[in-house]
Design a protein around this ligand. Structure first.
Ligand code: GTQ
Length: 357
């Protein structure tokens, strides 16, 4: 492929005239905008060890009272987006949030969708649109776009959770804002799954706020389901559950997708190369995550991210215990935009898939 003309090859007076007219020549930027063969993601493979992050988060607990923070969060910032980055990938924001006993993170609602993956501690809860969602380790709690939410803590030790939001995308679209609210009246508890597998609420009998009938996905249930799936399908490599919206059968939220994945003892799993970026959070066990040429060793509560179009391999470093991951990715967004791509792993012989249909 031949080189295209550069900006500095153009006469200075011509460049100045273009700038005055609000015009920019395309050709110096064409290859960066449309690189050959595949995108050049800004997202870098990154690993955030909980052991390193935790003391800094606890320090934030003494440095900044909740009233001065509203949400006491350290953002897992991907340096690929420059210093001061507030994103993990193009569409995903990750933050570790700390709530101390007795603290209160006041009610608000906003346009970005959020989920919480509970990392440590007992006794906290999120109230979503009047539904009280207890927070236990590994639970997934949804706060979809536009729903009121606030966090409280009746326990005795710090509670930490991982926030996953589509904030970078919504902000890029100039659609991000929030509204502060009053403390919510609680009129229900989202303490268990609404329906067993194969059943879903019939229209007219849905809980209030029927677009999102399920707001809390308890880890205890997901873990049991993964173990059962692994046992019943011994030949299946990827033992994986998707968090879905029982009202639609589709992804739990519109923009980001969420899965729970189990690696059998000693298992190594090569994931298909896909267009969306992905985040891997180790709920339980000990694991290795290989992202392209980069290898991360994950301990419990560690988080890492992988750009799209990059081979990812997961491995369980334990020979006798399963490992459990929470996976977040941008696949619902790519599906909706018609951009989703799955490619063969390099070295494999099957052809590149450009059209998932
Ligand atoms: O808990 O509502 O990490 O509004 C970032 C923005 C958490 C929250 C974040 C938020 C929240």
């Amino acid at each position: 492929m031949h080189d295209l003309g550069r900006l500095d090859e153009l006469p200075a007076d011509y460049r100045a005239a273009l700038a005055r007219a609000g015009l920019v020549p395309l050709w110096p930027s064409l290859r960066a905008l449309l690189p050959p063969g595949q995108p050049r993601p800004a997202t870098r493979p990154m690993h955030w060890a909980y052991e390193a992050l935790r003391p800094l988060l606890m320090q934030a607990g003494t440095l900044t009272p909740i009233e001065k923070a509203e949400r006491r969060v350290l953002v897992l910032a991907n340096p690929g987006f420059g210093p001061g980055s507030l994103q993990a990938s193009a569409a995903m924001y990750l933050g570790m949030q700390l709530l101390l006993p007795g603290e209160w993170a006041p009610s608000h609602r906003h346009t970005p969708n959020a989920v919480r993956m509970v990392v440590e501690g007992e006794g906290a809860y999120t109230t979503v649109q009047g539904q009280r969602c207890p927070m236990q380790r590994g639970d997934l709690i949804l706060t979809p776009t536009g729903l009121w939410h606030e966090h409280g803590h009746d326990g005795t030790a710090p509670v930490v959770w991982l926030d996953v939001l589509d904030l970078p995308l919504v902000h890029y679209l100039e659609a991000s804002y929030h509204e502060p609210g009053e403390r919510q009246a609680v009129h229900g508890s989202a303490s268990g799954p609404l329906c067993p597998e194969g059943l879903r609420p019939a229209p007219g009998f849905q809980r209030e706020g029927g677009r999102y009938p399920l707001l809390r996905y308890p880890w205890a249930d997901a873990r049991v389901a993964l173990l059962a799936l692994g046992e019943r399908r011994p030949a299946q490599a990827a033992v994986q559950l998707e968090y879905v919206n029982p009202a639609t059968g589709g992804p739990a939220q519109n923009i980001l997708g969420f899965h729970a994945l189990m690696l059998r003892p000693g298992q190594r799993l090569a994931l298909p190369v896909r267009s969306p970026a992905a985040v891997f959070h180790l709920i339980e066990g000990t694991a290795e995550v290989r992202v392209g040429e980069t290898v991360f060793r994950l301990a419990e509560a560690d988080t890492c991210c992988a750009p799209g179009f990059t081979p990812v391999q997961l491995a369980n470093r334990s020979a006798d215990r399963p490992a459990f991951f929470f996976v977040a990715d941008e696949s619902p967004l790519h599906e909706k935009l018609g951009l989703i791509e799955t490619r063969s792993v390099p070295g494999a012989s099957s052809p590149t898939t450009l059209d998932p249909a």
